[in-house]
Design a protein. Structure first.
Lengths: 528, 316
């Protein structure tokens, strides 16, 4: 349950958070209503004095039930293990809200997405171009507003995206994508380079908009699980867990211990296969095919285990609000333990085949270094943040489920380069194997789903999980009829994509694919 | 008259051998690499099937392309094949008579490269120009190495003719310090010139990292077949050159059927061994960062230069 309070100065909020320290830890979501004009002041206070980071900004169209839009800023306050959910009202008749981007660069894409989805205008935003909806989308059609008619096809209009122009002697542009030679998701990259050196990279993504958030309006809670699992293929479990935990927090459902443990097992399996695919990709990108094959073989073993455990290679259809839909029986869990044991050797062998090779190290080290200050400013999450020296991990910062009581030590490295990111992934696979063993070794038999999953009343709340790519956040609002009224998502890729160009400072064009691979960002997960 | 017929048979046989064996060598490398990746890999004949498939297809050509783009596959293919025809493979006799020497080989390969680079620029695609610029950077470094290395051989043999060079290495021996140095230098340059790992990666799908593949990205159908075939011939001819100069065993010194057949067997075996070495190198190393390539080729140039000094001062 979220704690609700009113506050219009940062002092009120600080006092309140200090006063509610113990409860806040339990609640993990502190909801504050503020007046829109004091937003900037409060935001900078939260960042400076509470050490928070702006993780998620979204708007909700409150019409026709009430007037106008509500605006939600979610700050992660890792020191207090809670999220500060700051809610404000955009005044009736007005479509403007103050942009936080000039003081908090991490607000950039969130605010542009709100502009596209609701037609709201972030005032003083330094880059008010379209983001999610490209220029062929007609003006004035806002897909998340109540008056948008999703049943009719949207007409296409003429329009041109204006790329940032870098001009000067010897500078040329290299456009890449959105269609690529390999089997990659669509994304356009516009390099301004001088010789091979990258001067500037502009990302143009969002070719995969499916209207997930719109689709979810009015869906049943189970429909929400199915959609969550399909936001991004290799984040199936993490997104489903985030969504289900939001629902469970709203309904006050406490899931059984066995379900908590098995959910952790599933999440770690997902982390392992996702990281192994990344390692294989990084080796492929430096043309070290033998190492790539080793990683791919190991990943395939994980996928096969996934299938025996859950019936799905991507672990779909297992998680549901209240717990699990399918148990992992003793035979399968013994198989998992044997697998975890056997994987350690294979993993060490893979690690040394990659990191004992100077030609590979020469490509990985000092390539694509993301500085800690840039990572902090952009609220970067997940392994990318941990490779740049930021000890952030939702399993520790905002503990949930099995991790609440689990003594997890996260891996942090400081170099911020490709080597650091690949090493972090190896470290995390080792820890994930350990978590699987610890979760399964003394697991008790029992229920896998809470008996009573009915909803006491309508409500709204945040849910989160540490996906392989980092913190994934969702906000769910449930109506009196027990159906979803609104749902908003912020996957880790949405926070991490804007950091990619900063990691490329001083790098050369042919190193871009490797750096991009080491970030491993989802295009679909980024573009609901 | 009979001598003329003999020469004609040798010449035609040589060209047919090069045409037929070269796709096999490229495929052999793929097969060995697949083995290192725990894969089965394509069948050994896959290279021929691919060429046959491509040759039957129409080429799609950009409407912005000029005659250079259309002419390039033919120029590249014929220049490379002619260069291959100059290098003795299974007999010490010059296969197509004394029409050219090592310098002609270098220039013919240069001609092919020049046209490939122009064709890369011609369609004005973003990757073609990038590939051309990288190819020119690499070849401007690699060419001096080849020239220097071949000069060492020419000074030893007293001739730039390849038959004389091979004969000289057969008679006066190849276990000389300068020969070992240029063997190393040439092996590095062959890898660079044929676009193999660690200089280039022929198997990549990442356009931004490509060198040779980026230049020929726009080619399709039979044009692509000619380009692919030409690059496998180039690999074959460079490996033949190394095989016959540094390991001249088994090459036919007399024109009899027995010598010829054993000569053919010898060159196929030697080239197979060299191609396997390339495959092992490709499987055990990562591709170099682009700006490390000059260091590698610079090293091979130093080796070739050292060999030249040793040779001129008469110490090796």
């Amino acid at each position: 349950m979220a704690l609700v309070t009113n506050g219009n100065s940062i002092k009120d909020i600080l006092d309140m958070i200090d006063g509610l320290k113990e409860d806040a830890v339990a609640a993990q979501e502190v909801l504050v209503d503020i007046d829109l004009p004091s937003l900037r002041q409060i935001a900078s206070g939260v960042i400076d004095r509470l050490g928070g980071s702006l993780q998620f900004v979204f708007a909700v169209d409150e019409r026709p039930g009430s007037d106008g839009f509500s605006l939600h800023h979610v700050f992660g306050i890792s020191a207090r293990h809670c999220f500060l959910h700051v809610r404000s009202e955009v005044p009736t008749g007005s479509l403007e809200f103050p942009s936080l981007t000039p003081i908090l660069p991490s607000a950039n894409w969130h605010e542009r997405k709100i502009a596209d989805m609701h037609g709201l205008i972030p005032v003083d935003h330094p880059d008010p171009r379209r983001l999610v909806l490209h220029e062929d989308w007609p003006d004035g059609l806002s897909p998340l507003n109540y008056d948008f008619d999703a049943s009719r096809p949207v007409p296409r209009v003429a329009g041109e995206y204006m790329f940032q122009r870098i001009e000067g002697e010897g500078i040329f542009e290299i456009p890449v994508g959105p269609v690529h030679a390999g089997i990659i998701e669509p994304g356009h990259f516009r390099f301004s380079s001088i010789g091979e050196k990258i001067l500037y990279l502009e990302l143009r993504l969002f070719y995969k908009y499916r209207g997930v958030e719109r689709y979810l309006q009015g869906k049943s809670l189970l429909g929400g699980v199915l959609a969550a699992e399909r936001i991004s293929g290799d984040e199936t479990v993490a997104n489903a867990v985030a969504y289900c935990q939001a629902v469970e927090r709203i309904a006050g459902i406490d899931i059984p211990e066995r379900a908590k443990r098995l959910r952790a097992v599933l999440q770690e399996l997902e982390r392992i296969h996702c990281h192994l695919a990344d390692i294989a990709g990084a080796a492929t990108d430096v043309a070290f095919s033998a190492g790539a094959a080793k990683a791919a073989i190991l990943r395939e073993r994980v996928m096969a285990i996934n299938e025996t455990v859950s019936g799905s290679r991507f672990l779909r259809g297992v998680i549901v609000h209240g717990g699990l839909r399918r148990d992992i029986d003793n035979g399968a869990s013994r198989g998992l333990l044997d697998f975890a044991d056997a994987s350690r050797n294979a993993l060490n062998e893979l690690k040394s085949s990659i990191f004992d090779r100077s030609s590979v190290l020469d490509r990985f080290e000092r390539t694509g270094a993301l500085s800690k200050s840039n990572a902090v400013d952009l609220a970067v999450v997940g392994p990318v943040a941990r490779a740049s020296g930021i000890p952030t991990d939702a399993r520790i910062d905002y503990p949930y489920g099995f991790y609440e009581l689990y003594p997890l030590e996260i891996a942090v490295r400081n170099d911020g380069d490709v080597a650091a990111r690949v090493r972090i992934k190896f470290d995390e696979i080792e820890r994930s194997l350990q978590i699987i063993e610890d979760a399964l070794c003394d697991i008790q038999s029992g229920d896998i789903c809470a008996k009573d999953t009915s909803l006491p009343s309508s409500g709204h709340g945040l849910g989160w999980a540490e996906a392989p790519r980092g913190l994934t956040l969702c906000w769910v609002e449930i109506g009196d009829d027990g159906r979803i009224v609104n749902c908003r998502w912020r996957t880790p890729s949405f926070n991490n994509w804007p950091a990619l160009p900063y990691a490329l400072e001083g790098d050369i064009v042919p190193d871009f694919p490797l750096v991009n691979k080491s970030f491993n960002l989802s295009y679909a997960g980024n573009d609901l | 008259m009979e001598a003329l017929l003999q020469r004609a048979i040798i010449g035609i046989g040589h060209v047919v051998l090069v045409l037929l064996v070269s796709p096999l060598m490229v495929n052999l490398i793929k097969k060995i690499k697949a083995h290192f990746q725990c894969r089965r890999g394509p069948g050994l004949l896959q290279g021929y099937y691919d060429l046959w498939k491509l040759l039957k297809k129409d080429a799609v050509i950009s409407e912005h392309a000029s005659w250079i783009f259309r002419a390039t596959p033919y120029v590249v293919f014929s220049a490379t094949l002619l260069a291959a025809a100059i290098i003795p493979a299974f007999t010490v006799l010059p296969p197509i008579g004394r029409v050219g020497d090592v310098i002609a080989v270098i220039y013919l390969l240069g001609l092919a490269r020049f046209f490939t680079a122009l064709a890369g620029l011609d369609t004005a695609s973003s990757f073609g120009g990038m590939g051309s610029s990288r190819e020119m950077m690499i070849s401007s470094l690699a060419e001096p190495v080849i020239i220097t290395a071949l000069f060492v051989l020419a000074i030893t043999a007293g001739s730039t003719n390849l038959s004389e060079i091979i004969s000289s290495s057969l008679t006066s021996g190849y276990m000389q310090p300068s020969y070992l140095l240029i063997l190393l230098a040439l092996l590095i340059v062959v890898i660079a010139e044929t676009g193999r790992v660690p200089v280039d990666n022929p198997a990549t799908h990442l356009e931004l990292t490509m060198v040779h593949e980026a230049m020929v990205l726009e080619y399709t159908g039979r044009d692509l077949a000619l380009i692919e075939w030409a690059s496998s011939i180039k690999l074959m001819l460079l490996l033949t050159l190394i095989a016959n100069v540094f390991l001249p065993w088994g090459i036919a010194r007399e024109i009899t059927w027995v010598f010829m057949l054993s000569g053919i067997a010898a060159i196929v075996i030697k080239v197979t061994v060299l191609a396997s070495i390339i495959a092992v190198v490709e499987s055990s190393t990562a591709k170099l960062r682009l700006f490390r390539v000059p260091e590698l080729i610079g090293g091979s140039f130093a080796l070739a230069m050292l060999a030249l000094i040793l040779r001129i001062t008469g110490k090796g």
